[in-house]
Design a binder for this molecule. Sequence first.
Ligand code: FES
Length: 165
Amino acid sequence: MIANRKVLTDDMLARIEALASRYPTKQALTLPALHVVHDELRHVPLDAVVEIAELLDLAPAEVQDTLTFYQFFYQEKPHGKVRAFVCRSISCALRGGEQVLDHLCEKAGIKPGETTADGNITIEPAECLGACDFAPCMLAGNDLHKDLTPEKADAFLESVGRQNG
Ligand code: FES
């Protein structure tokens, strides 16, 4: 039980508890629990770290260490409604991945790693997405965008605006 729950909802707790049988110890649930919260809130605030620690019988610093080890997690504020990872590894770089990243950021009015003021999208550089055949490519949510061009990048940004506008 968590004494003063501020962040973790009943639904989040149920999701974490449903995963418990797959892991050998409560402590092994640290990373999945962080993912559950991040998935729901698009970030893991410090209060959530404290609550996860209490739930899993860990020190808050141990949960925080796990969180900061992976650059995946946001903590201070949520990432955009859509999080787009643009590959900049070798195959994509050779086929214009950096230019696509620059183009997307310029059109969105942000720098790589930033979120638009309306909170619609965060654009981040990424390492190989395992889809080199389709270079240059980008993973946005669960969608892989293949063989990107500036035109395809524009159409993607428009679709994000439509979805969230
Ligand atoms: S180098 Fe971009 S997907 Fe592999």
